[in-house]
Design a binder for this molecule. Structure first.
Ligand code: UD1
Ligand code: UDP
Length: 365
C-alpha cells in the first residue's frame, strides 16, 4: 500500500514524523513524503527533518508566498502531477494549513482515499483561514482521526458518518513523548542565561494578532509588561518578524529590557524551553496542546480555541483580549504560584500513530 504524506508548514513535520515512522515498520506499506514548500527557511523546515528523523522529501513542490489562492492553487497544480506519477493508494494530510486543503482536494478529485489526521477541530470563527481549511478538508476525507471528544462532536454535527471518525489521540504529542528526553539534554537555557521556571516563553504568529499594526502594538505592550517582571524569550515566526519591520517597530522591540528575540527555534530547543518555562504565552495551536501535556501554564491570546480540551482539562487559559491590563493579573496569578492544575487529555500517550496505522491497515489492506 503506497501512502503519500503531505507536509508544508512547521507543525506538519512534527505530526507526520511519528506516522511515517510507524508506516516504515510494515514491509507491505510504502510511505512517501511530499513537501509543498509552504515553509522553506531552514529554521521553519529543514531543521525538523534532521531533528525528527524524517527522510528528505520524495517530492518538493516549491510553492510558497503569494495569496491564499495562489498558494493553494499552486500546490494543487503541482500535486496533481505527483498523483498521476505515483498513483498512491492513499493521501494522508495533517492539521489545517493551506497545504492540507490543497492536497486533500486534489486527492479527492482523483478518487484517492483521503486520510485527515487532527480532524474535527473547530474554532467557530470563519475569519481564520485555518477554519475554512478544516471544514473543507473534513468534508472530503474518507478517514478522520481526532485528538479530542469535541472534534468527534463537531464532525457528527456536520453529518460525517460515525464509521469514518476515529478517536486515536494526538500525533503532536507522540513526537513530544519520543523527543522530550533528548530535548532535556540540551543546554539552551544556560546559553540564554535562563533559570528553570523563572522565564516566560512566547510565540505569536496568527494574522489576527500580528497582521495589523494596532494588535501588534498591543502584543508589544503585553511583552513590555511581562518583561518588566520576568525574562521573556520570543522566537519570532517569519510572519511576525516581517510585520514588526513593516510597521517600523523593530527598534522598539529590540529595546525592551528583559526580552530576548531570536529566529525560530528547532523543535528540540523549543521543547526544552517549553518544558522548563514558568509560563508560555502563545497564539499557536500546537503549543496549547504541548503545554497541556507538559503541565506548564499557558496563556492563549485569541478569541477562541479549536482545542477546548486544553482549557477544560489542561493548563490553557484563553484570554479573549490583547488588553495588557487583563493579561497582567492573569500572568501575575500564575507566576505568583496559583496556576491552573491540569491533567493530560485522554489518549495523549505517545501511541496515536500506532493506532492510526492499525486502523488504516484494517480498512485498506
Ligand atoms: C501557516 C498556516 C498556519 C500555521 C502556521 C504554522 C495557513 C493558512 N496558515 O501560517 O495555520 O499556524 O503556518 O507556522 O496555511 N515565511 C518565510 N519563511 C518561511 C515560511 C514563511 O519567510 O519559511 C513568510 C513568508 O513571507 C510568508 C509568511 O511568512 O508569506 C507567511 O507564511 P504562510 O505559510 O503563508 O503562513 P503562516 O503565517 O506561516
Ligand atoms: N515550534 C518550534 N520552534 C519554535 C516555535 C514552535 O519547533 O520556535 C514548534 C512547537 O513546539 C509546535 C509547533 O512548532 O510543535 C507549532 O507550530 P506553529 O505554532 O508554527 O503552528 P500552529 O500549531 O499554530 O499551527
Amino acid at each position: 500500500m503506497k501512502v503519500l504524506s503531505i507536509v508544508g508548514a512547521r507543525p506538519n513535520f512534527i505530526k507526520v514524523a511519528p506516522i511515517h515512522a510507524v508506516f516504515q515498520k510494515h514491509r507491505d506499506m510504502e510511505s512517501r513524503i511530499v513537501h509543498t514548500g509552504q515553509h522553506y527557511d531552514d529554521q521553519m523546515s529543514g531543521i525538523f527533518f534532521d531533528q525528527l528523523n524524517l527522510p528528505r522529501p520524495d517530492y518538493f513542490l516549491g510553492i510558497n508566498n503569494g495569496s491564499h489562492t495562489e498558494q493553494t492553487a499552486g500546490i494543487m497544480l503541482q500535486f496533481e502531477k505527483v498523483i498521476h506519477t505515483e498513483k498512491p493508494d492513499m493521501v494522508l494530510v495533517v492539521g489545517d494549513v493551506n497545504s492540507t486543503l490543497a492536497c486533500a482536494l486534489v486527492a479527492a478529485k482523483e478518487q484517492v482515499p483521503v486520510v485527515h489526521v487532527e480532524a474535527g477541530l473547530r474554532s467557530g470563527d470563519r475569519r481564520m483561514p485555518e477554519e475554512i481549511n478544516r471544514i473543507m478538508t473534513d468534508s472530503i476525507s474518507d478517514q478522520l482521526f481526532v485528538t479530542e471528544q469535541a472534534a468527534v462532536d463537531n464532525l457528527r454535527k456536520e453529518n460525517i458518518p460515525a464509521e469514518k471518525i476515529h478517536f486515536t489521540g494526538n500525533v503532536l504529542i507522540d513526537s513530544l513523548v519520543r523527543y522530550r528526553a533528548k530535548a532535556s539534554e540540551l543546554k539552551i537555557s544556560e546559553q540564554l542565561n535562563l533559570r528553570t521556571r523563572s522565564y516566560v516563553l512566547m510565540t505569536m504568529h496568527r494574522p489576527a494578532n500580528v497582521d495589523n499594526e494596532k494588535s501588534l502594538r498591543q502584543v508589544i505592550e503585553i511583552i513590555k509588561c511581562v518583561a518588566g517582571d520576568v525574562p521573556v524569550v520570543f522566537p519570532l515566526h517569519p510572519r511576525t518578524l516581517k510585520n514588526i519591520a513593516a510597521f517600523g517597530l523593530k527598534n522598539e522591540v529590540e529595546r525592551i529590557r528583559g526580552l530576548q528575540i531570536m529566529r525560530p527555534l528547532g523543535y528540540l530547543e523549543f521543547l526544552n524551553l517549553m518544558d522548563n518555562a514558568a509560563l508560555v504565552i502563545t497564539d499557536s495551536g500546537g503549543v496549547q496542546e504541548e503545554t497541556t501535556f507538559l503541565n506548564v501554564p499557558c496563556i492563549t491570546l485569541r478569541e477562541s480555541t479549536e482545542r477546548p480540551v486544553t482549557v477544560e482539562v489542561g493548563t490553557n487559559n484563553l484570554l479573549n483580549t490583547l488588553d495588557k491590563e487583563v493579561v497582567r493579573p492573569a500572568m501575575e496569578s500564575i507566576l505568583g504560584g496559583s496556576p491552573k492544575i491540569g491533567k493530560i487529555p485522554y489518549l495523549w500517550d505517545g501511541q496515536a500513530a500506532e493506532r492510526i496505522v492499525a486502523i488504516l491497515r484494517e480498512k485498506y489492506i
